[in-house]
Design a protein around this ligand. Structure first.
Ligand SMILES: Cc1cc2nc3c(=O)[nH]c(=O)nc-3n(C[C@H](O)[C@H](O)[C@H](O)COP(=O)(O)OP(=O)(O)OC[C@H]3O[C@@H](n4cnc5c(N)ncnc54)[C@H](O)[C@@H]3O)c2cc1C
Length: 471
């Protein structure tokens, strides 16, 4: 059967677009969390027509299809099954059109967000969604995971920046649809574009996207500060959030994580407490005023050390973002230190709470982790209340796995009790399906899950697209 499918795929797409070598397949069957799987083959379509033919074939032959960007999702959403075919968009990586007048860019799904911004910088523009993985994250992956990032405090998530999509459906014809518009204002009945954003590759394949773009800020003031207590950090956070200034970046890491991040990055910054990183866009005339304003707030709340920079270039060259960018490597390093020489799975939570509840959320997560004997690292995009508490366990230790699974549920429950959500930006994948159920139950909205399953059925009647994910 396997050989027949591979030879069918080769005749359908051409031999050079199909890979069935197990070593290469293994590279497309893992996430950075440590989750792994297998697949029958990996295919590399070059255009929408290839994808349409592939989905039509898969529909007629009941073949499971797993769309994939750079597999940096941390929820299991990009992991295939052994009897499925991975679609990689590495060869659909063209920037098709940039229109400054329309403030839009048309791209294929395999374009990396970092490359998009290199191109846009030439025009003095940017695409503002910047996950920690921005240099490798693809447009298709970011759309389908509904990604956010460091600048989320000001610019939101992917759902705010996708105007239109070309999608292919897993049906008899491999139907190709264009949904949404090239204009910001657009009413096409029910909003199918927003339904696809964050659908984790379970409804349709995205083969082209029209994204909004925005001018680069004239200047940016950045402050990196360290606080002796969580309360001090939170008071500084509260003062900034309560002002009329809307920072672009507001990032936090607790003291323990900051130390690990310093070790992982070797940056020349003195780490002296809980880290708070703030960047504020402003015009050139306001730079000095904004810098003193932010410094005054940090000092008032007992910051032990404050580093500032008056442009993004200066902040980059002095490494002010390096600690925060080292959050995930720090969390992986924590797992490796806990279990030297063993293969580990890193559990990275992705809760969000209303910003007013942040201090309580951080304190309760630290408390519950301590009481369960779990070593935890906490960081996150605090501007929008998004926290990434993380821990790890050895893949071959069933007892540790159960304990971490229990901890994972407790962290989710804390978020829900504080009026938050169990997944802010990484998606549901396979790891948060139970927590999604819990969230909808807590809202008294179990019927929403039924609606989601019906939507899945309408798009994908045979259930062949990224099966087993989300609902
Ligand atoms: C170090 C690190 C830092 C991170 N920081 C952040 C962060 O700050 N914010 C954040 O939101 N996330 C973050 N993430 C998670 C991850 O990077 C994002 O979710 C990202 O958007 C995934 O992009 P990808 O190209 O790797 O997609 P993948 O992981 O390959 O796929 C993601 C989902 O999209 C689907 N998919 C991919 N392409 C298509 C397509 N063309 N059509 C249909 N479905 C498709 C996949 O099936 C999967 O469900 C981080 C991850 C790492 C490892």
């Amino acid at each position: 059967m396997k050989h027949k499918i591979i030879s069918d795929l080769e005749s359908l797409l051409g031999r050079d677009k199909v890979i069935s070598d197990p070593t290469i397949i293994s590279l497309y069957s893992r996430e950075p969390s440590g989750l792994t799987s297998n697949a029958l083959a990996v295919v590399f379509p070059e255009n929408t027509r290839d994808v349409s033919r592939l989905l039509s074939y898969a529909y007629r032959n009941d073949i499971k299809i797993y769309p994939q960007g750079s597999t940096t999702a941390l929820s299991g959403s990009a992991i295939p099954s052994a009897d499925g075919v991975v679609i990689s968009f590495e060869r659909m990586n063209r920037i098709l059109n940039v229109s400054i007048l329309d403030s839009t860019i048309d791209v294929e799904p395999g374009v990396r967000l970092g490359d998009l911004n290199i191109e846009l910088t030439r025009y003095g523009y940017m695409f503002p969604i910047d996950p920690g993985s921005v240099s490798i994250t693809t447009v298709g992956g970011a759309i389908n995971s509904g990604a956010g990032g460091l600048r989320g405090a000001r610019y939101g998530t992917m759902r705010d920046w996708v105007l239109g999509l070309t999608i292919v459906l897993p049906d008899e014809q491999g139907s190709v649809l264009r949904i949404g518009c090239k204009t910001t204002k657009c009413r096409q009945g029910y909003d199918l574009v927003r339904l696809i954003v964050g659908s984790e590759g379970t409804l349709a394949i995205v083969t082209e996207a029209t994204l909004k773009i925005t001018p680069l800020p004239e200047s940016t003031v950045t402050a990196l500060a360290f606080f002796p207590t969580l309360e001090d950090f939170f008071e500084a956070f509260r003062d900034i959030k309560s002002s009329r200034v809307q920072p672009m970046i507001m990032e936090f890491m607790d003291y323990e994580t900051t130390i690990l991040a310093k070790e992982a990055s070797n940056v020349d910054i003195n780490v002296e407490g809980h880290m708070f990183l703030v960047s504020i866009d402003c015009n050139v005339e306001a730079i000095n005023r904004v810098e003193s304003w932010i410094k005054d707030i940090m000092t008032k709340h007992n910051a032990t050390r404050i580093y500032t920079a008056k442009s993004l270039e200066e902040a980059e060259s002095r490494g002010l973002f390096t600690l925060r960018r080292s959050l995930f490597p720090a969390q992986v390093a924590m797992g490796s230190k806990l279990y030297p020489g063993r293969r580990i799975i890193v559990y990275l939570e992705d809760i969000a709470v209303p910003p007013s509840k942040l201090l309580e959320a951080i304190a309760r997560i630290r408390e519950i982790s301590k009481s369960m004997g779990i070593k935890v690292s906490i960081g996150g995009h605090v501007g929008d209340g998004n926290l990434h508490p993380s821990t790890a366990f050895p893949i071959d230790d069933e007892q540790a796995k159960r304990r971490v699974a229990e901890w994972h549920n407790e962290v989710g429950k804390i978020a829900l009790e504080l009026g938050g959500t169990v997944s802010a930006e990484h998606g549901i994948g396979v790891l948060k399906k139970e927590l999604l159920k819990l969230e909808m139950e807590k809202l008294g909205s179990e019927k929403a899950l039924y609606l989601m399953r019906e939507i899945k059925r309408a798009f994908d009647p045979k259930g062949i697209l990224n099966p087993g994910k989300v609902v």
